[in-house]
Design a protein around this ligand. Sequence first.
Ligand SMILES: [Zn+2]
Length: 282
Amino acid sequence: MKKLLLRLSVLAAISITAVILLAAALYERENVPEEAVFMPAIMYHSVCEKAPADYIVTPRQFEQDMIWLKENGFESVTEQQLIGYTHGECDLPEKPVLITLDDGFYNNYSEVLPLLEKYDMYAVVSVVGEYTEVNAPADPHIPEYSYLTWEDIAAMRDSAHFGIGNHTYSMHSLSGGRKGCSRNEGEPLDGYCMAIRSDIGLLQTQFQMNTGFVPVVFAYPFGAVSRESLPVLRDMGFLITLNCSERPNLITRDPDCLYGICRYNRSGLYDTASFMQRATQH
Ligand SMILES: [Zn+2]
């Protein structure tokens, strides 16, 4: 009798453990989105032969970064791949990475394009309208400080190594009490929405007129995000927004996961390995 009781209690213990394990597995499946892919995103600015700084890397550093990503199995993805994945229309590589460059420096064309070609990589450049319309034509094609002209932007897009994003027309500024395109304290919602719609919309119109295409990527200047901006950006047709929070991204089959892609700023003050290890951890 004692033996029977012992056997029964062992059996009961095994069954209870099995049920707990099954429940844990089901819980995990429900709470981790299926087909979620980890994707680091990197934000560069100027790539030129000036002294490395927070927003400047040398072409040599950029090349070392591309080599590190390749050697560690990362493949750069396009904005269209990301959009396609979230709609269930295509897959992503096992280790995707999003490479971005902000502000629209001419050196993104002159210095970066040859390296993207060499390593078969892709990057998204987010352009500031007034830099391209006003600053670039006044003093074009100096890698250290010029901005991209409309002709440069069209040629970059034709290269198939670049996607182009909108980084506001003239809100890349901290003056006037507003940080980038964020909402001022106490600013009426209507006025705020109208202000960003007209500024960002102006650049969309200029893109259409000068290059024949309209971006679907928007990069927040200084990563200054106001949640009230999202309905406006969605309504304008943007499908991806980029911020500057240094966190990993999880890409799922939900198109909404592309709003608020977090990026690591690639400061030139770090060596490739230490930056990349930080940017690709999750
Ligand atoms: Zn910027």
